[in-house]
Design a protein around this ligand. Structure first.
Ligand code: MG
Length: 407
């Protein structure tokens, strides 16, 4: 008998092997039944794959040729008789050796659709093929609130695949993330998020402006900044200046008005369970991010600080300014403190001032972002649920829900 353990590097390519495929209505005992049927033939198991889709089981077993109890023909007859008794379909194919080795250049491709159409799935699969990639495995990560499917791909460079699939994603209005495969994906990581319109649904300066009765003026400055007439720091100072004289008690009111983005708590809780460190960087204010850090149990938080004197906002900010470059600098600082290489960081943001941070991170996720941000980021999420980011990290909805239920 040829034992795979006896040969370094696995099975010899010329060793006779038998592939047994079982398909039919799933019920308890099928897997046990198949292997109980094979056991008298003294076969070794080389590979098993099993999946159940809407109550139908597909079970594939790759085994060595029979070493006792009869020849391959007899084993085939026994398996077919068993399958017939179970009202299952069996296909048995003789061959040689193990699975073909996977090609070099391995990636995980996560596709998020709402809905995921056959047309967009065809486009993704065709693009993988045209990049000389091979789809080794496909499985569903989530069915709610989006359909999320992961393709394990080999044989093509991750960066090339990412560029090509980004075009298909934009064309078909789906979200596609391509990350390289490897231990890195399982390692503990650091996730750093923007706050306004990312972790929360609001823009904090606008909440303050509403209390100061200067919403229109603040909106005008924001628009000028977006037209490129002011840089972030200039617009920050100009907007905060409009808040001068506002009673400091407004800070508490604004904290209460903040609405977390759907899925924000689930995202943070799940990341913490995975042992990740989580932080926020904001062009907004520590008066708000400190409260978020406290309530969500974040490891890191940094933002601008509104100056308060004699119970009133002075219209100035104090300390280091968190702007576009500052956010990227803070990502590096947090990674350093967390002891996580930059390549293992994930940054999430929606605005132009998040771009440096998104590009500096190992994975930059544009979250419901403007086109300019979406196009420059590694990947984009265009559904308004922050926990969908978990699927990009390979976490399934089932795992998330099981952990929530267990608590
Ligand atoms: Mg933002």
């Amino acid at each position: 008998m040829t034992s795979p353990q006896a040969i370094p590097g696995g099975l010899r390519p010329d060793t006779p092997t038998v592939l047994v495929k079982i398909f039919g209505k799933d019920r308890p005992g099928i897997t046990a039944g198949l292997f109980e049927t094979l056991a008298p033939y003294g076969v070794d198991v080389i590979d098993i794959e099993q999946l159940v889709t809407r109550g139908r089981i597909t079970l594939c077993a790759l085994v060595s040729a029979p070493s006792r109890g009869g020849d391959e023909g007899e084993m085939r007859a026994t398996v077919h008789a068993w399958a017939e008794s179970m009202r299952l379909e069996a296909e048995i194919i003789s061959g040689k050796g193990d699975n073909r080795p996977r090609g070099t250049g391995r990636s995980h491709v996560t596709v998020l659709g709402h809905p995921l159409t056959a047309e967009s799935t065809a486009a993704i699969a065709a693009a993988i093929t045209s990049n000389d990639g091979n789809i080794d495995r496909i499985f569903r990560l989530a069915k709610y609130p989006v359909t999320a499917v992961e393709f394990d791909v080999s044989g093509t460079a991750t960066a090339q695949l990412r560029t090509s699939l980004a075009l298909e994603a934009a064309r078909h209005r789906i979200d596609v993330a391509v990350v390289s495969s490897g231990l890195q994906r399982r390692a503990q990581r650091l996730v750093v998020m923007d706050v306004d319109s990312t972790l929360i649904q609001d823009e904090v300066i606008e909440l303050f402006a509403a209390h100061a009765g200067c919403e229109a003026e603040v909106a005008e400055i924001t628009a000028r900044a977006m037209r490129g007439e002011l840089d972030f720091e200039q617009s920050l100072h100009a907007r905060v200046d409009l808040l001068a004289g506002l009673d400091a008690s407004v800070v508490d009111k604004v904290r209460k008005e903040i609405r977390l983005t759907p899925g924000a708590r689930t995202l943070v809780r799940t990341l913490k369970r995975l042992g990740y460190q989580v932080g926020v960087v904001s062009g907004g204010f520590t008066q708000v991010t400190d409260a978020l850090q406290e309530s969500l149990g974040l490891d890191f938080a940094s933002a601008n600080t509104l100056e308060i004197a004699d119970g009133k906002l002075t219209g100035r900010v104090v300390g280091e300014i968190v702007d576009r470059a500052g956010k990227a600098r803070l990502l590096r600082r947090f990674a350093d403190e967390a002891g996580v290489p930059l390549a293992q960081t994930v940054a999430i943001g929606d605005g132009a001032n998040d771009l440096d941070m998104l590009n500096a991170a190992g994975l930059g996720v544009a979250f419901n972002a403007k086109p300019v941000v979406r196009e420059a980021a590694h990947t984009a999420v265009t559904v308004p649920f922050l926990d969908t980011v978990l699927y990009l990290l390979g976490v399934t909805r089932e795992e998330v829900e099981a952990a929530e239920t267990a608590d």
